[in-house]
Ligand binder design. Structure first.
Ligand code: FAD
Length: 352
């Protein structure tokens, strides 16, 4: 977005080395985000492979699919991997520095100075921390706001066989008992499912080798036999035969603990004569049921680019422009943080 708006001194520091798989799952993008990507010249068919807008809510009673309710989602589904590839392939090689982990931030000669693992440092006028759930930026700028485990896990799986009948996003919810949710949708080459199940912090540690606040994403190599056994048994206990069989046949599994955080009160910090900002999950990771995490990040980044453009092109006061950006985007971030526990309660998931 910054390059597209004419900023020519931009560097992206990405901790993960080039080519390392970062396997991510299904993401629903609302029309606001889809339109931003359109404006950037990223054609929708590059990252939306199944264009169904339908979400089918299926009530499960004693492992049998019952009542089906259909609604249309005001957006389209993509996957983290499709979106990440579509965006990162447009970055000139000199802009994207991979395998560079940010570890600190100081003010030197009145400018923000980023510090990297290994001892190097780089000055900047503006630092944008878009570094995800366990953001170093948030820990440095807003250390009071810590992640709290919500008491349940989004177990995920990706199959590598396509299901010809699967076109829509399917959501299975038990009746009358609550306390689980199962979603499945098509992705290129297969299906992506998410199975929400409760787990104590000790169970999470047993399943994925580290506590939820430390292992905020469990990649395939972290998933133990204990986790597979538990998920397989829950599939047998709750899901209709077809979905249970899908879970049992899935070899590639991942998980994300569902986490909460105090709502943010600010997005911008002065650093020397410059600034640092937080956006996306770095600002506020939200529960997956809100389907707002990626949308918030894209909308905030677009708004930030607009504010910076007013400064660059028309000499708007930078601090005022950044304050205006924060005023426009903070309420949506706070609302999404607060919506998560309310939805969790509705589904009977977690303690909050
Ligand atoms: C099961 C599930 C379902 C979801 N469904 C939806 C949905 O339907 N709709 C939606 O909008 N959102 C959804 N989300 C949320 C969405 O995936 C995230 O909100 C989104 O990926 C966050 O984007 P981000 O760029 O802020 O952070 P990330 O995608 O986490 O990217 C952060 C990047 O920063 C890098 N990084 C981290 N630390 C450092 C460091 N110190 N130095 C340098 N680089 C670093 C990481 O390697 C990573 O590449 C879902 C999430 C889950 C778990």
């Amino acid at each position: 977005m910054l390059l597209d708006a004419g900023f020519d001194d931009v560097t992206v520091y990405e901790a993960v080395p080039a080519g390392a798989p970062q396997g991510g799952g299904l993401i629903g993008l609302e029309h606001s985000s889809l339109d931003i990507l359109d404006h950037l010249g990223v054609p929708q068919d590059e990252f939306v492979r199944y264009d169904s807008e339908a979400v089918m809510h299926i009530t499960v009673c004693q492992r049998r699919p019952g009542q089906v309710r259909r609604h249309l989602y005001a957006g389209r589904n993509t996957t983290w991997t499709l979106l990440h590839t579509a965006l990162s392939r447009r970055l000139p090689t000199e802009v994207l520095q991979t395998g560079v982990r940010v570890t600190g931030l100081s003010a030197e000669h009145d400018r923000p100075l980023l510090h990297f693992a290994g001892g190097d440092a780089a000055p900047a006028d503006l630092v944008v921390f878009a570094d995800g759930r366990s953001s170093i930026g948030r820990r440095l700028l807003d250390p009071q706001r810590r992640l709290h485990y919500a008491g349940y896990v989004a177990h995920r799986g990706q199959t590598n066989t396509t299901q010809p009948d699967l076109r829509d996003f399917l959501r299975f919810e038990p009746s009358p008992h609550r306390g689980m949710q199962f979603n499945v949708a098509p992705i290129p080459g297969g299906a992506d499912w998410t199975f929400y199940l409760s787990a104590t912090p000790a169970q999470y540690t047993d399943f994925f080798g580290a506590p939820p606040t430390r292992r905020v994403f469990a990649l395939p190599q972290h998933v133990t036999a204990a986790a597979r056994t538990e998920v397989d048994a829950s599939a047998r206990r709750y899901l209709p035969d077809e979905q249970a069989a899908l879970v049992h046949a899935t070899t590639t599994r991942m998980a994300a603990p569902v986490m909460d955080i105090e709502p943010p009160t600010r997005m911008v910090w002065p650093i020397g004569g410059g600034h640092a900002v937080l956006l996306g999950d770095a600002l506020a990771p939200v529960r997956p049921h809100t389907a707002r995490g990626a949308n918030n990040g894209i909308e905030q980044a677009w708004g930030l680019t607009a504010a910076l453009t007013q400064h660059r092109k028309y000499h708007a006061d930078l601090t005022a422009a950044l304050d205006g950006w924060q005023r426009r985007h903070l309420p949506a971030a706070v609302a999404a943080v607060q919506l998560g526990p309310a939805l969790g309660r509705q589904f009977g998931l977690g303690a909050a």
